[in-house]
Ligand binder design. Structure first.
Ligand code: NOJ
Ligand code: CA
Length: 718
């Protein structure tokens, strides 16, 4: 236990004024107290009368009121007296509550329940006569709060220096954390106590094409666990990140506390605000059960309902791609041997082909044929457009125009060919970080997509952001992603953004933002490796805010198959790769391996062909971050269930209790499990498939080898 920072006597001597407002969750288990102490705002959170979050300060520091015209003003015009973090009196208090059910366009369940009690306190800073509102929503699974800035005479325009929202815990806890950064989440998760973070921080990250690390900082979503007889699982994140910069957390390892740390822009400012305005929600999901953290829909509930009137064109998409062969280095995105090409001036037909360009007519047709034969919806083709010769590492503003195909990619012909077989081609727009250039070309690029019938695009932001000095998570760039999603919606185009901001539940409001990468995906198995526990952590962190394009389904895990002597391998058994389609929720799922590798294992590939992408129900059967996750999901509009389980570097046994099935039905289960001699290092392709008739009374023992897993498809037996 921490020693109280200020004794009661000291507070009385300081002449404090204390007025507490209390808020309870609908089930009465959570209680939140809001306090003003000497004009400073605090909140705390209890579950079943036990402190979860100790008194924690709220407020914002401002750089300046009004407009900023010159960078030099930023340094000179810091107005501490005008920070929005002290000198407050409470002038109003409003309460509200909601208990509603809503349907996501695509989701893990048919119905999401949004049930909370709300407290909104208006605080007036008397010295400057201006007011802010702090709004709290207490759900049965945790707390969300945000700042609201009503329009008023003395608060019209201001610039944020920092948001100082604290989350103070009474004890040390286990943490699953990523090194704080303004540009990348493509790091391996570290597991340690909060108190050990500073010691481990210097060795917690590797290199990235764009990175701006925050010393001793950690990223959100952050997963925490209070261990012991009465464990508690806590997830810290944010919801509805709109027109604001993304937050990391600063760690106070001695006090077990965290404080928001926003992403600065090119001038060092962290947010330009014009009232009326609101911040994103800060979220604290709390449960004694890890499974309930995964099942929480709080982040989505804190987002606004969709703004799109017609969502009928948004659909789940299972796809393959001309992709993995470039990631592993077997072929190239670029067409020619040239360097230093000038888009718009270079005649690509005159350049010397490098002989390894993957996005060529013949190969794309082969992928289309295979995808069509196996019931896929789409194929992604990367490297179809000019510019890849010098896309990387030059901070070049104009690399791609997103409309000019290479000479060996016949865009109209290939789209006709694909459509004739019921397949769509997924567009690829790698911006090389030049968001400015992408905004310039996106209207033309989306028109081209409409003309040829593309309805989804994978965007990418490898490298430092241009406008130079902006970050992947700064306010300008957050607004850029939003502008692209809005423009795409006007064109009825779905977006899968890579190296963008991690999702904060915005796919509720903008359901055409169907998925994002924004974490260390399968590609890193070829760039340095993902730990065997990686996928048992991601659902507790990155996936809390929305679907990820993780690109699972690698069957040929050892890369010496292509390159003799190559030591790289995907750290998984084949059966575990199947399980990922159930464990890691996304309505956009790739079968990432090459057709030839699936051809050799068509019996196992059957699971990927069958698995659903959109669900009426989801049940987290058993989960522990960093160790294992077992999930069962019921496919939309059917009686079919899919079950998946994965483990970390340890072998584990588990018994599946099928009591979630309809008790009046018989089902046929097809089980895909690790083979008896399966091992993720030596014999990853050893698997065993069998069928079995089951009912809701069936209990099925499963053995998972180290970094192994299983997948089961369950269909009513006729
Ligand atoms: C990184 C993306 O994550 C990957 O999927 C893509 O293939 C490359 N950038 C090239 O755009
Ligand atoms: Ca990436």
């Amino acid at each position: 236990m921490k020693i109280f920072k200020i004794s009661g006597l000291a507070l009385i001597l300081a002449g404090f004024s204390l007025s507490a407002q209390s808020l309870k969750s609908p089930d009465g288990k959570f209680e939140m107290d809001f306090n003003l102490k000497s004009g400073v705002a605090y909140y705390n959170l209890k579950l079943n009368n036990k402190i979860v979050v100790e008194d924690s300060k709220l407020g914002l520091e401002l750089l300046k009121d009004g407009d900023i015209q010159f960078a030099s003003e930023l340094e000179s015009k810091n107005n501490p007296g005008k920070n929005l973090n002290s000198g407050f009196v409470k002038t109003d208090e409003k309460r509200d509550s909601k208990n509603e059910t809503w349907q996501p366009v695509l989701g893990e369940k048919k119905n999401y329940i949004n049930n909370y009690n709300e407290l909104a306190v208006t605080l007036n800073q008397t010295a400057n006569d201006r007011s802010i509102v702090i709004k709290f929503r207490l759900f049965n699974d945790g707390l969300g709060f945000r700042y609201e800035f009503p329009q008023q005479k003395n608060l019209n325009y201001f610039v944020i220096k920092e948001e100082d929202s604290e989350i103070n815990f009474p004890t040390d806890m286990k943490a699953w954390w990523l090194a704080g950064d303004y540009d990348s989440e493509e790091y391996q998760t570290q597991t340690s106590n909060i108190s050990e973070i500073p010691k481990l921080w210097p060795t917690s990250y590797d290199g990235n094409a764009s990175q701006a690390l925050i010393k001793n900082g950690v990223q959100m979503p952050l997963m925490l666990k209070k261990e012991g007889k009465e464990p508690l699982y806590i997830n810290l994140s944010e919801a509805a990140l709109i027109n604001y910069s993304a937050a990391n957390l600063e760690v106070d390892a001695k006090e077990f506390s965290f404080k928001t740390h926003l992403t600065p822009d090119a001038q060092g400012a962290k947010g330009y605000i014009q009232t009326p305005s609101v911040t994103p929600w800060r979220t604290i999901i709390v449960s004694p059960k890890a499974e309930e953290v995964l099942a929480s829909k709080m982040i989505f509930n804190l987002n606004e309902p969709t703004r799109l009137k017609d969502t009928s064109w948004i659909h789940p998409t299972k796809f393959m791609g001309v992709w993995w062969e470039m990631i592993i280095g077997k072929s190239n995105w670029s067409y020619s041997t040239a360097v230093n090409v000038h888009i718009g001036e270079t005649d690509f037909t005159k350049l010397t082909p490098n002989g390894k360009h993957a996005a060529n007519n013949d190969k794309v047709k082969q992928y289309i044929d295979f995808a069509a034969k196996n019931g896929f919806d789409a194929i992604l083709v990367e490297g179809w457009n000019t510019g890849w010769e010098d896309w990387f590492g030059h901070s070049k503003e104009f690399v791609f125009d997103f409309i000019t195909p290479y000479p060996d990619f016949d865009l109209p012909m290939l789209n006709d060919y694909a459509h004739g077989k019921g397949i769509k081609i997924i567009m690829h727009h790698e911006t090389s970080g030049s968001a400015a250039n992408y905004e310039r070309w996106a209207p033309k690029a989306f028109d081209l997509m409409n003309k040829y019938g593309y309805d989804a695009v994978k965007t990418g932001y490898v490298g430092n952001i241009i406008p130079r000095g902006e970050h992947h998570y700064s306010q300008w760039t957050i607004n850029h992603y939003q502008r692209i999603v809005d423009l795409a919606a006007e064109h009825k185009i779905m977006i899968d953004s890579h190296e963008s901001i991690r999702p904060t539940g915005l796919n509720r409001t903008y359901p055409n933002w169907i998925a994002a990468e924004a974490a260390r995906g399968t590609e890193f198995e070829a760039f340095g490796g993902n730990n065997p526990d990686h996928q048992t952590i991601l659902p507790f962190t990155r996936y809390m805010g929305g679907p990820m394009d993780y690109t699972p389904g690698i069957f040929q895990t050892k890369l010496d198959y292509y390159f003799p002597g190559d030591k790289r391998f995907v750290k998984t058994t084949l059966a575990k790769q199947l399980a990922l389609y159930v464990v890691m929720y996304s309505p956009l799922q790739m079968a990432a391996d090459l057709p030839e590798n699936y051809e050799r294992h068509m019996d196992a590939f059957q699971f990927i062909k069958d698995v659903a992408l959109d669900w009426d129900d989801s049940k987290i059967l058993f989960a522990e971050p960093g160790d294992y996750i077992h999930t069962a999901r019921k496919a939309k509009g059917t009686d079919n269930w899919f079950v998946g389980g994965i483990t970390d570097e340890n072998a584990r046994d588990y018994t599946i209790d099928f009591s979630f099935l309809d008790p009046n039905k018989k089902y046929e289960a097809t089980v895909y499990e690790d083979g008896k001699d399966a091992d993720y290092i030596n014999t990853p392709q050893s698997y065993h498939i069998y069928k079995k008739i089951i009912t809701s009374r069936t209990k099925l023992p499963m053995h998972l080898v180290r970094s192994g897993g299983y997948a089961i498809s369950v269909k009513p037996f006729k």
